[in-house]
Design a protein around this ligand. Structure first.
Ligand SMILES: Cc1cc2nc3c(=O)[nH]c(=O)nc-3n(C[C@H](O)[C@H](O)[C@H](O)COP(=O)(O)OP(=O)(O)OC[C@H]3O[C@@H](n4cnc5c(N)ncnc54)[C@H](O)[C@@H]3O)c2cc1C
Length: 427
């Protein structure tokens, strides 16, 4: 790892310039393999392990340079296409992901298909060399700034539901795509409803084969669970990838900040244990036995997650696997955010009932209460309801562990033998 960090240092010394645009800097970082160092070296990576890739990201931040593009392209679309795409598809999409040129969203969930994702109803009908898409997606994070979507749609209703789904790389910037934001209790509009009306996608944008979308979607979900479980969200850069957010032409140096942005929930979760410790000290709660115990519990859970990652890495290096570990990692992340929420609110006490929705209001509230961590704590507490739901709820993770890892009997149903079109539907 020392050699790798030396190479990185040389690269940063010669190439980082805060006056570059975000797009120019990401072009250098991505094509040199520093944006996604855990990816294969043949595809813009450096074959590093996840912890070593984390060290690269840390070193970039420590140098005072802008970090790699974040978002669902890096976290989900890239690894999925690297696994299932053809070489031509990898060349076309992976480069734009590591250089932040195009942003992705995940068009999986529908109003009637969340936990029962394979029951999705969004239709894809073949028309020559294209597919015509009609349906509705929901909870689409970042849909408003996405150039491309990971779309799963029903390409064959005459076979059982898991067998008639296809995964498409879908162009979001076309007529027939309507995006409506949904506001959350944090005050942000992270996710959207997406209405697809006679939208089109070429045959050549099918990833992983026609009607093989369930397997491909499971790869996406596996990366989502593993990424979230290891705090994957925390690595994101403050600049947004893609052509719509408008950050690519801005000055890279303007997005560099020493200590994460309290407004980004991903960053909050990543650095929360240390921040909570500091907060407990400054509030005089560090000697309180129940606070100390809760801090220790949190620290222990986080360490267990780290060790589980290392166990998986060692198993993979030996050509083995630890089935269910991504699901366990995601479950333990849910528990960590719940503990962070409860501990943070306990430390700030009654001030925890005050929440500011905008950065100006946040500043005013920090000044009024004299507590610069308050916004971070309340934001984290409100957002903490999300991680146990997205990427598959806690209950769904337990079902997967029970059925696929422990070999417990599946819930009784005829889903695997009855054609999708003959299954009872919601509503
Ligand atoms: C912050 C956030 C961001 C998201 N971003 C995206 C995104 O970008 N793209 C996307 O496609 N989706 C996204 N989602 C949606 C998310 O994947 C779904 O909300 C999730 O899969 C649950 O589906 P649902 O909301 O339809 O709940 P339901 O499936 O209706 O579940 C309701 C409740 O029933 C329980 N339940 C359901 N089935 C079972 C079962 N068989 N056994 C036991 N319990 C069960 C669930 O655990 C849950 O508690 C996001 C969600 C959140 C909260």
């Amino acid at each position: 790892m020392g050699d790798v960090l030396d190479d990185l240092q040389k690269f940063l010394d010669s190439e980082w310039d805060p006056d570059l645009t975000v797009g120019e800097w990401w072009e250098k970082l991505g094509t040199e393999g520093w944006a996604a160092p855990a990816w294969p070296s043949a595809w813009f990576g450096r074959d590093l392990s996840r912890p070593d890739a984390g060290r690269v990201a840390e070193a970039i931040t420590k140098h005072g340079a802008l970090g790699a593009p974040g978002g669902l392209g890096m976290l989900l679309a890239g690894p999925t296409i690297a696994t299932h795409g053809t070489d031509e598809q990898k060349q076309r999409y992976l480069r734009d992901i590591v250089t932040g040129q195009r942003a992705w969203c995940q068009l999986f969930s529908e109003p009637g298909a969340g936990s029962d994702l394979a029951g999705l109803g969004c239709k894809a009908i073949k028309d020559g060399e294209e597919w015509i898409i009609n349906g509705q997606k929901v909870w689409t994070s970042g849909g408003q700034i996405a150039d491309l979507g990971m779309l799963i749609a029903r390409t064959d209703p005459d076979v059982p539901k898991h067998q008639g789904i296809t995964w498409f790389a879908f162009d979001m910037k076309q007529p027939g795509v309507e995006i409506r934001p949904l506001r959350e209790m944090t005050g942000r509009a992270l996710f959207n409803e997406v209405f697809l009306s006679d939208a089109r996608v070429p045959d050549s944008e099918i990833i992983g084969g026609l009607n093989n979308g369930w397997a491909v979607a499971n790869t996406t979900l596996m990366f989502e669970r593993a990424g979230l479980g290891s705090g994957g969200h925390g690595a994101a850069s403050l600049a947004q990838a893609g052509t719509i957010a408008g950050d690519l032409d801005k000055r890279a140096g303007d997005f560099v900040r020493g200590k994460g942005d309290a407004g980004d929930p991903g960053r909050i979760f990543g650095g929360a244990a240390a921040a909570l410790m500091q907060l407990a000290k400054s509030n005089g709660k560090a000697q309180d036995p129940s606070t100390r115990q809760a801090l220790m519990r949190l620290h222990t859970l986080m360490k267990l997650g780290e060790y589980n990652n290392l166990r998986l890495k060692a198993a993979k290096a030996a050509g083995k696997d630890i089935p269910g570990l991504p699901n366990i990692a995601k479950l333990s992340m849910s528990e960590i955010v719940r503990q962070q929420r409860d501990l943070g609110l306990a430390i700030v006490g009654p001030y925890g009932t005050l929440h500011a929705y905008g950065s100006e209001e946040r500043k005013a509230l920090d000044e009024a209460t004299g507590n610069p961590f308050l916004g971070m704590i309340t934001e984290m507490a409100l957002f903490a309801q999300g991680p146990p739901i997205y990427g598959g709820t806690d209950q769904v993770q337990r079902n997967i562990i029970g059925e696929r890892v422990l070999g417990l009997p599946k819930e009784a149903n005829n889903d695997r033998t009855t054609a999708y079109k003959d299954l009872p539907k919601n509503g």
